[in-house]
Design a protein around this ligand. Structure first.
Ligand SMILES: NC(=O)c1ccc[n+]([C@@H]2O[C@H](COP(=O)([O-])OP(=O)(O)OC[C@H]3O[C@@H](n4cnc5c(N)ncnc54)[C@H](O)[C@@H]3O)[C@@H](O)[C@H]2O)c1
Ligand SMILES: Cc1cc2c(cc1C)N(C[C@H](O)[C@H](O)[C@H](O)COP(=O)(O)O)c1[nH]c(=O)[nH]c(=O)c1N2
Length: 171
């Protein structure tokens, strides 16, 4: 009998309660392509390697946006700034897609994905690899272009709430 056939050693709720103690940046992940335009809020984003520049995004396969990202195979990771709390909630809920996008200003990345104006950073990517684990797909994303904003403060998701993250003044 393999470990997968046995009940979990840690309950899902205990795992989530512990994970709520890991502060994370908040991002709006966007895509536009043959399957249309979509976007969702994600905290499960991290750097994988700088050679080639690659980050990962974990996406729940039950999300309404999932088939759009799977077909387009390109996306932009827009890392949110303080002041983006309401926008994050809009992209993290059950709001229809046009209502999500109308709430902010966007430009177009080289992949065609929407770039959020005022984001701390935007990473325009092509999805290079996908690994499924449990309920989620891990999207490995090669970064093709970048936008960086040095004038905004950051935003953290910690203990189930938003917290502004102040930048030190540039030396
Ligand atoms: N990785 C994710 O899919 C993820 C991450 C954060 C929040 N969310 C979703 O946002 C909503 C609010 O989250 P919250 O932080 O207020 O409370 P919560 O109790 O749902 O989650 C606490 C923490 O557990 C982790 N988590 C939550 N759902 C997860 C999932 N399905 N798979 C893997 N990790 C998960 C995240 O780190 C999250 O911050 C929930 O619906 C949650 O499912 C999903
Ligand atoms: C702060 C925060 C952080 C996350 C999320 C939510 C919030 C509020 N959500 C949930 C995700 O945004 C939500 O399921 C999508 O908006 C898809 O919802 P629909 O299925 O389109 O309504 C989310 N989902 C996911 O697949 N991976 C993630 O890393 C996160 N992180």
């Amino acid at each position: 009998m393999s470990r997968e056939d046995l009940p979990p050693l840690v309950e899902k709720q205990d795992f989530r309660n512990a994970m709520s103690r890991l502060g994370a940046a908040v991002n709006i992940i966007t895509t536009e392509g043959p399957a249309g335009r979509a976007g969702f809020t994600a905290s499960a984003v991290c750097s994988v390697t700088d050679s080639p520049p690659t980050l990962l995004v974990c996406l729940n396969r039950s999300a309404s946006v999932y088939p759009v990202f799977r077909e387009n195979m390109q996306l932009c990771v827009n890392t949110l700034a303080s002041g983006h709390e309401a926008l994050s909630t809009l992209f993290g809920g059950k709001t229809p897609m046009p209502e999500r996008f109308i709430a902010a200003e966007w430009t177009t990345a080289i992949t065609g994905s929407p770039i959020l104006q005022g984001a701390v950073a935007s990473f325009d990517c092509r999805i290079s690899q996908i690994v499924s684990v449990g309920t989620h797909d891990t999207l490995f994303c090669e970064v093709l272009a970048l936008v960086r904003n040095d004038d905004t403060h950051g935003l953290m998701w910690f203990d189930r709430g938003y917290h502004p993250l102040l930048r030190q003044e540039a030396c």
